[in-house]
Design a protein around this ligand. Sequence first.
Ligand code: CA
Length: 220
Amino acid sequence: MNRILIAEDEARIASFLEKGLRGSGFVTAVARDGVAAHDLAAGGGFDLLILDIGLPLSDGFTVLRRLRQAKVALPVIILTARDSVTDTVAGLEGGADDYVAKPFAFEELLARVRLRLRAGRAPEATVLRVAGMSLDLRTRRAYAGGRAVDLSTREFALAEVFCRHPDQVLTREQLLSHVWGFDFDPGSNVVDVYVRYLRRKIGADRIETVRGTGYRLRAG
Ligand code: CA
């Protein structure tokens, strides 16, 4: 699942983008000023940044410059004013990957987002394999210990996150935000419940509890 950071101070536009992107299967987060945008983007965990140029505290150019100086390679699409060619040129020269001029139709933005996400990576493997377990991302079929296992949508999403980070400790918060999105109550025990479901299906010893921190999928 791709995660998109939206840096936009205008609530109306931010919510328009969020709704549209979520409806298209992306996970989103919104930063309402340039400082928050920079910190979230630099912190990792996002696949793309949609960056408005006119932001409070630190404008989009500054955010972009600081990210590129820090070698953050996150793809960035800037939102510029329709009549400002200067902004567009400055943004692209400053390291933006693409731009969309306001006002824009959602589909136009979506096309750019998809293009950028595809351009940024090698063709993605469709089957993830970790220690005798495999997930076919195309057919959504899962196998463990040589047999097919029937996973619900959430269980599959959770298994996918684990398989993408084998042997790595994943915190409850990371799992929550990857599988359930940012809206979920961080105090919820939904992660623990789903880890239990998953263990029942793929084998209890595959997912290790790291006390006080989270969980880890054993790769060996
Ligand atoms: Ca703005």
